[in-house]
Design a protein around this ligand. Structure first.
Ligand code: SF4
Length: 328
């Protein structure tokens, strides 16, 4: 079996920052920390922190007054921040800066009198947070057909934004339809789909042409992992999205000679290493890593982590940021 290991894959700068932020919070304050929603959408990551005593909640009301609450990488709406303030929670915001950028764009467009069409997936944490910035000025669409059903006229002030982790191709199809219906539609100054989502999809698109199967390591609720699996399926007709290699279904390898292995932006590299080891041991696989693009993106740890540490007489994080590990 021949295995092509895609690079970039796995952790992005936003996920690295959120995980390091929670690691540092545990080091400074101990394990009695609460996190609103999953810190990142990956079962292994969430299980590791749960084992360390972190409590993940879906409602801020579940957090005891005065506790430390961390907001996950996907961001939250202003309403959630208000509820947290009302409970006197000490909050640390681990929202990815590229998600915050979309929040800021939503606020700016709404303030300037635009109605915003947000391209995204209903119910995703990031979409809920972004829509919460200007609920009466944002309409969500998921498909080109939903664009056709929009009630706005072409002479209205309309803008579009997108979720950061969409399929680049699907988003482009929806944007194309929007531009047909609303020729003057305003767009974000810079692409909202983030560099990590784009690079991981590009790698699969380029590498999977000659492959029989694509294995995507990631969780079922991870948007960017799902998009990688969809793309792999389009390219090869067979793609598997699994949290770990042990979840591959019986017979997945029938007639398979060439496999692409990649990982979503929230999937840890040790899960990839386990998968490669399994393929070597059980399928005599030769592994060839192919780099499609280099990543050098780093995000600083949230300032409030440092302030909270100082207010409690604890040693603050040393560097303030750590390099994201490229394709790790
Ligand atoms: S996938 Fe993109 S937007 Fe999401 S955390 Fe990573 S860098 Fe940020």
């Amino acid at each position: 079996m021949q295995v092509t290991l895609a690079n970039p894959r796995g952790f992005c700068a936003g996920v690295n920052m959120a995980i390091e932020c929670l690691d540092e919070a545990i080091r400074i304050f101990g394990s009695g920390i609460y996190v609103y929603h999953e810190i990142v959408h990956n079962r292994h990551v969430v299980d590791r922190f749960t084992d360390q005593g972190v409590t993940f909640v879906d409602h801020v009301e579940e957090v005891p007054e005065g506790s430390i609450l961390l907001f996950s990488a996907h961001g939250v709406s202003p309403e959630i921040r208000q509820v947290a303030a009302g409970r006197r929670l000490q909050t640390i915001d681990a929202t990815c800066p590229l998600v915050t950028k979309v929040h800021m764009e939503a606020l700016r467009f709404a303030r300037d009198g635009y109605h915003i069409v947000l391209i995204g997936h209903e119910g995703h944490d990031e979409v809920v947070g972004t829509m919460g910035e200007a609920p009466s000025s944002i309409t969500l669409v998921e498909t080109p057909e939903e664009v056709d059903a929009l009630p706005f006229s072409p002479d209205q002030q309309i803008a579009f934004l997108t979720q950061t982790t969409l399929s680049v191709d699907e988003a482009q199809a929806i944007i194309g339809r929007l531009e047909q219906r609303y020729p003057d539609i305003a767009s974000p100054p810079k692409e909202d789909i983030c560099y990590a989502t784009t690079n991981r999809q590009d790698a699969v698109r380029q590498l999977a042409e000659t492959a029989d199967v694509v294995i995507v390591l990631g969780s079922q609720n991870s948007s960017n992992s799902l998009r990688l699996a969809e793309l792999g399926n389009e390219q090869t007709g067979r793609a598997y999205l699994v949290d770990s290699v042990s979840e591959l279904p019986e017979g997945w390898d029938e007639g398979v000679q060439h496999v692409i292995v990649t990982a979503g932006a929230s999937a840890p590299e040790d899960v990839v290493a386990d998968c490669l080891q399994h393929l070597k041991t059980h399928h005599n696989a030769t592994i060839n890593e192919v780099t499609i693009s280099e990543e050098h993106v780093h995000f600083p740890l949230p300032r409030e982590l440092r302030h909270l540490a100082a207010s409690r007489g604890q040693t603050p994080p040393e560097t303030g940021w750590k390099p994201a590990s490229g394709g790790a």
